[in-house]
Design a protein around this ligand. Structure first.
Ligand code: ADP
Ligand code: MG
Length: 207
């Protein structure tokens, strides 16, 4: 069964709404180990995505993902704007090359993860959004075709975000704190978790 445009639209809508609603939480996480702008950055970006939702949902999925990426690059700012922007641009690009949703989700998501890693010169274990995105990718690969895939992805994201707390940041602004970055959840890991869980919730039809 192929992904339907209405499903794609409701996924994007719920993801944007949840990120916007989580701005205060993301702000307070970024106040602890960054400069406190992550909530505002993400809210501004996803409000811009919501504002274009009708146009986005009329595009083919590859173009729609690229539009989301370009919108985030232009509006989010901070380190996370170009990183999330790269994720969606690369995912859209992957979808342009004979990939299809939902069956190629691991390849498409993996292209986004690789783009974040390349752009950020970062890897798993450095206390960034990659510490959620990479485990989610592993679950997408390992549990592909499993009837519980969506629930497993959602649980993976929730567990992965908690695992960022004991990590010491070696990338991004939090790395300036050195050992004082330990003991706090990474804000970008949390926003990635919110996005992933929103996609899961929307696909499972429970909001
Ligand atoms: P800034 O750090 O410029 O204020 P934000 O507060 O919007 O930008 O985003 C911070 C988040 O961006 C971090 O919590 C982290 O998850 C992510 N991040 C920062 N640098 C990198 C990097 N090099 N690779 C991957 N993610 C990163
Ligand atoms: Mg910040």
């Amino acid at each position: 069964m192929s992904l339907q445009p209405e499903t794609f639209k409701s996924v994007v809508k719920l993801a944007a709404e949840r990120v916007i609603a989580s701005a205060p939480e993301l702000t307070s996480l970024d106040q602890a180990i960054g400069d406190g702008d992550h909530g505002f950055n993400m809210k501004r970006g996803f409000e811009a995505v919501l504002g274009k939702l009708d146009a986005i949902s009329e595009q083919p999925f590859d173009e729609a993902l690229k539009t989301i990426g370009k919108t985030l690059v232009m509006t989010v700012g901070g380190a996370s704007g170009p990183l999330y922007g790269s994720f969606f641009l690369a995912a859209g690009e992957a979808l342009s090359h004979d990939k299809h949703l939902p069956e190629d989700i691991a390849d498409v998501f993996g292209s986004g993860v690789n783009a974040v890693s390349a752009r950020g010169r970062s890897h798993v274990g450095e206390k960034t959004m990659l510490d959620v995105l990479v485990p989610v990718l592993e679950t997408l690969k390992n549990a592909a075709g499993h009837p519980d895939l969506i629930a497993r992805v959602s649980t993976t994201a929730a567990e992965a975000v908690e695992r960022t707390a004991p990590m010491r940041a070696t990338k991004g602004r939090a790395s300036f704190l050195g050992p004082r970055s330990v003991g706090h959840i990474d804000p970008g890991a949390r926003s990635s978790c919110i996005l992933v869980q929103a996609v899961c919730a929307s696909l499972e039809g429970k909001q």
